[in-house]
Design a protein around this ligand. Structure first.
Ligand SMILES: C[S@@+](CC[C@H](N)C(=O)[O-])C[C@H]1O[C@@H](n2cnc3c(N)ncnc32)[C@H](O)[C@@H]1O
Length: 286
């Protein structure tokens, strides 16, 4: 009698649903036609955004959307707004900016000039927050900020530095919790329903189109802030982006991520040390 153990059951691999196939084909079409690479974004949130876009465009299926995107670049431009999630706020997660002020800025002061990369800067709120903080800490005049994103409409808004007045109450509270030293109203003039921020804050900011998915490093920096961007990437793309940050950062440079992001389990986990874990601040070790 044969007593050898039964072979383990073969895992059941579910075939992708028709919707998932359509989604992958749409991302492939966008890449081939427009060179925007969304193929390594996480499936669930990407699917939600495409379904939302379908409802806005009043189209019956992803395949029909693909057809429209291929034939009409204006439709792609609109879809890009849904795919990129241009959501931001000033001094978002105030504890992050407080930790920057207290733990990173004193060390940045030891450099004669400082270069900072805000990757995925969206409509500019993070950049203006950083510029205010650096000015208050006497570092803005020695700093150059590279603010990059893949969404040209967001970059255009960021350059203007005009934010809705209705958000200012929340931003003021964030600013104070982030250790702000002045009256927040010193930094903007209000007109109608908008707050226009002091343009001198952005004198040394370079806003530029750059994709963490397809582009390479463009400058040596001492601090990279990339918040609420990696959360949309799969592991492979997160590693690509972290590789760019690692390559861009000078010896012992600083990296700041979003509250739900981490370098743990990434290919770069042992190339950084933790400076402030809850605030997601890291420092390059090797
Ligand atoms: C949710 S917003 C985060 C904005 C800001 N960093 C913050 O934390 O408030 C995400 C931004 O990442 C940008 N983004 C998405 N994919 C990108 C990529 N491959 N390269 C650069 N930026 C990207 C989007 O266009 C969007 O502006």
């Amino acid at each position: 009698m044969n007593h050898s153990p039964a072979p383990p059951p073969t895992p059941q691999i579910q075939p992708p649903s028709d919707g998932d196939i359509e989604l992958r084909l749409l991302m492939e079409a966008i890449y081939l036609k427009y060179s925007y690479d969304f193929r390594n974004y996480t499936g669930a949130s990407q699917k939600r955004r495409v379904l939302y876009a379908l409802a806005q465009f009043k189209l019956p299926s992803i395949s029909v959307l693909q057809d429209r995107v291929l034939r009409d670049s204006a439709v792609f431009g609109q879809l890009l707004q849904y795919l990129t999630i241009p959501v931001s706020e000033m001094f978002r997660d105030p504890a992050y900016f407080l930790a920057l002020r207290q733990q990173v800025v004193p060390l940045l002061h030891t450099y004669p000039t400082v270069k900072i990369w805000v990757a995925g800067c969206s409509t500019g709120e993070e950049v203006f927050s950083l510029a205010i903080l650096l000015r208050e800490e006497g570092l803005l005049e020695r700093s150059r900020i590279y603010a990059t994103d893949i969404n040209p409409a967001s970059l255009e808004k960021a350059r203007l530095g005009i934010f809705p007045l209705e958000a200012i109450r929340n931003y003021t509270a964030n600013y104070q919790r982030a250790g702000g030293r002045q009256a927040f109203s010193d930094y903007y003039t209000a007109a109608y329903d908008a707050a226009r921020f002091d343009p001198s804050l952005c004198r040394d900011v370079v806003f530029a189109d750059h994709s963490l998915a397809t582009d390479s490093v463009f400058a040596e920096t001492q601090f990279v802030s990339c918040r609420n961007v990696l959360i949309y990437f799969n592991r492979e793309l997160q590693d690509r982006a972290l590789g760019l940050f690692h390559e861009s950062l000078s010896h012992r440079g600083f990296l700041g991520l979003g509250a739900k992001e981490s370098i743990d389990f990434s290919a770069y986990a042992d190339r950084f040390e933790v400076l402030a874990r809850p605030e997601r601040l890291f420092r390059k070790t090797s």
